[in-house]
Ligand binder design. Structure first.
Ligand code: ZN
Length: 429
């Protein structure tokens, strides 16, 4: 049976940027079958979303759902102290079941904000993946790899690949490879990651140049910088997604682009934890594919890609000293079509077109902060909020309707994860 979503407007984000006013999206099962003006006699289930605009579900290229539990525990930390000084002591206190419970709350937050696809990575990914699967989100998940636990991390990564596969066309949740960063992963581990990626087809996700100490550690190994270090190991490539890429020289930013590397740009996290703007304009000019990421809830302090779009626009204009820099459409694409390209899933999602998966969101446009509706793209990037999202479909399955979760029990999930947070806060004193 087909489902027809009727709305005031449909932004397809296709190559031409086609917009239908009013518009409809029709899907059968998991697949979009028609996008255009509302049909005269719609058949099947009709969902009345008038008062809303439809757009592709948002794609979050970098997050850590279990870190939902740390929100508010790592505030205003001096540069260089956040990760090892503040976060690691907290992380050591949590076990796999705590992380699973917290990840489910994180997924709930993401769905409520109109995110339909995430690139998620953390420790104990076997437990976390169970929560992500249960949430209904589309996701690529990777178990973090470190030098200090390389053998067991590699074994767990392979198990995850065996369990979920690496093909986004065959599974809603699939596996990637997630070496932690260029300082915490030496050349031997990264060579093994490259070989494993080549053998399994898994995409690689790594933090790149996210702190000054990371750069110092890589320079001490004799590399010219974090990007050159990865390049020498075959890990600046179109199948690699580097997160942050904050501390790069011009030559290194150009190298990231020249290799057509995908970049997960997390501007609010970079601003809050490092007081910096990553050189994304330069990387894009050089050829990088840039998608937006919220990073974790304790970095910025939430997982709302509408927020992230606005911050991306503002900070990149400031960084360029040019109010015309990074136009709104480029930003909206970095949360939809370009983000999908960064994750290698643009054949499946990121636009509303027949043949693509039915990942669709509806944003209410009736609030005072969204009127008048002269420029839909600018309104979505600079004026809309995650809380304006009223409906979310992934693979045609409704996850959110009338602003409420359809299948998940929000109250129970939030109470459960809040309990983990409370115990954590008590334990640290
Ligand atoms: Zn991260």
């Amino acid at each position: 049976m087909s489902t027809v979503l009727l709305a005031d407007q449909v932004l397809t984000l296709d190559a031409k940027g086609t917009i239908y006013t009013p518009g409809a999206v029709t899907f059968v099962g998991t697949e979009i079958t028609a996008v255009g003006p509302p049909p005269e006699r719609p058949t099947g289930e009709v969902v009345d979303l008038r008062g809303c605009v439809l757009l592709p579900g948002l794609v979050n290229t970098h997050t850590h759902t279990p870190m939902w539990v740390f929100r508010g525990l790592t505030e205003d930390v001096p540069r260089g102290e956040w990760l090892t000084g503040r976060l690691l002591p907290l992380e050591r206190r949590l076990g796999p079941d705590d992380l699973r419970r917290s990840a489910l709350a994180g997924c709930l937050e993401l769905i409520g904000n109109g995110v339909t696809t995430i690139a998620d990575r953390y420790g104990h990914m076997d437990a976390v993946a169970t929560a992500v699967e249960a949430s209904g989100l589309r996701a690529v998940v990777g178990h973090s790899l470190f030098d200090r636990s390389a053998e067991s991390d590699l074994a767990r990564s392979e198990q995850l690949i065996e369990r979920l596969g690496t093909d986004p066309a065959r599974a809603r949740v699939w596996a990637g490879l997630a070496p932690h960063a260029t300082d915490s992963c030496g050349p031997e581990l990264l060579r093994r990651v490259r070989r494993l990626a080549d053998r399994t087809g898994a995409r690689v996700f790594i933090h790149l140049a996210q702190s000054e100490s990371e750069v110092a550690a890589v320079l001490a190994r004799g590399a010219a910088g974090c990007a050159s270090y990865l390049d020498a190991l075959g890990l600046l490539a179109p199948d690699v997604v580097v997160a942050h890429a904050t501390y790069l020289t011009d030559a290194e930013a150009d190298l990231v682009g020249a290799r057509r590397t995908a970049v997960a740009h997390c501007p609010s996290c970079n601003a809050k934890l490092e007081g910096r703007v990553a050189p994304v304009a330069r990387m894009r000019r050089a050829g990088a594919v840039v998608g937006l990421g919220t990073d974790a809830a304790c970095c910025n302090n939430g997982m709302d890609l509408f927020d992230e779009m606005k911050v991306a626009g503002l900070l990149n204009k400031v960084a360029a000293d040019d109010p015309a820099a990074l136009p709104a459409l480029d930003i909206l694409r970095a949360a939809t079509s370009e983000a999908a390209r960064a994750l290698g899933i643009d054949h499946l999602v990121g636009t509303l077109e027949p043949g693509k998966r039915a990942d669709v969101i509806a944003v209410r446009t009736r609030g005072a902060h969204l009127r008048p509706w002269h420029d839909p793209v600018a309104n979505l990037v600079y004026a809309a909020r995650g809380s304006d999202v009223t409906a979310v479909f992934v693979d045609g399955r409704p996850l959110l309707r009338d602003g409420r979760l359809v299948e998940l029990d929000a109250e129970r999930i939030l109470a459960d994860a809040t309990q983990v947070a409370r115990e954590l806060a008590d334990a640290r004193g």
